[in-house]
Design a protein around this ligand. Structure first.
Ligand code: UDP
Length: 235
């Protein structure tokens, strides 16, 4: 296998599937089975999940809500998604733990780095909920932070598109895909991979990011097996 320990970042919106809002149980089950395929190969899997399908702090703020209050709601939304994913993974027969950056002890473990690493070593999927626990951050930043902390080999950012393109492939028919690109080239070309805070943290810590299409069955396994899927951002 190409990687030993991965951090998979899934956006909240991805969980909507064909819905306008919330969680699509079919999509959730599909993701669980994709994750199971790689767990069964002995890969250690941590997951950071977004909350955009339920609430985003910035959209609250644009409607006059206090930004920090909205961000707290967004963080709780990621915990809701984490619980949903945990349930789907357990239905698929995978052992899991949900650890949150904000303490909700009756619901999930608090984030404890050493514990998280121990769970991974035992083959449990660890889901990190609550983002970084701080307002004004995103779950992309949480994904990079946790990946560095748990010494993951890579961040796999599952998206609707199959990689990083010269321009938005959903808008520009002439857009072409990169197989590999350096952090510096992403910045020089003004390409959008993650928000700047998350991207810089990854670059500074030399943590590679692979952007790939999580909605095509079998892609996650192909990726961890070393197939050239998606776009790798590296030094
Ligand atoms: N959030 C936050 N701090 C974090 C991570 C998330 O305040 O460390 C809040 C923020 O309001 C954000 C929301 O949670 O809008 C949902 O996360 P995100 O937008 O990253 O989800 P995604 O776009 O991946 O679905």
């Amino acid at each position: 296998m190409h990687y030993k320990r991965i951090l998979l970042k899934l956006s909240g919106e991805a969980l909507m599937g064909s819905r306008q809002y919330g969680i699509d149980p079919i999509r959730l089950a599909e993701y669980a089975s994709e994750i199971k395929e790689v767990v069964d190969k002995g890969i250690q899997v941590a997951v950071v999940i977004g909350g955009g399908n339920i609430f985003r702090g910035v959209s609250g703020a644009s409607n006059g809500m206090d930004r920090v209050q909205g961000d707290h709601m967004g963080m709780l939304a990621t915990v809701i998604n984490g619980l949903a994913l945990q349930s789907a993974l357990e239905d698929a027969g995978i052992q899991t733990r949900l650890q949150t950056a904000i303490k909700i002890n009756e619901v999930a473990e608090p984030f404890i780095r050493r514990k998280a690493m121990r769970h991974l070593e035992k083959g449990r999927v660890v889901i990190f909920g609550g983002g970084t626990g701080n307002p004004y951050f995103t779950t992309d930043s949480a994904a990079v932070l946790r990946a560095i902390e748990i010494e993951a080999d890579v961040i796999l950012k599952g998206t609707r598109v199959d990689g990083i393109y010269t321009s938005d492939p959903e808008k520009d028919a002439n857009a072409t895909k990169f197989d590999k690109i350096s952090f510096q080239d992403v910045l020089n070309k003004g390409l959008k991979v993650m928000d700047t805070t998350a991207f810089t943290l990854s670059q500074e810590n030399e943590l590679p990011i692979v952007v790939f299409d999580m909605n095509t069955k079998g892609n996650l396994l192909k990726l961890v097996s070393g197939e050239n899927i998606g776009t790798e951002v590296n030094l």
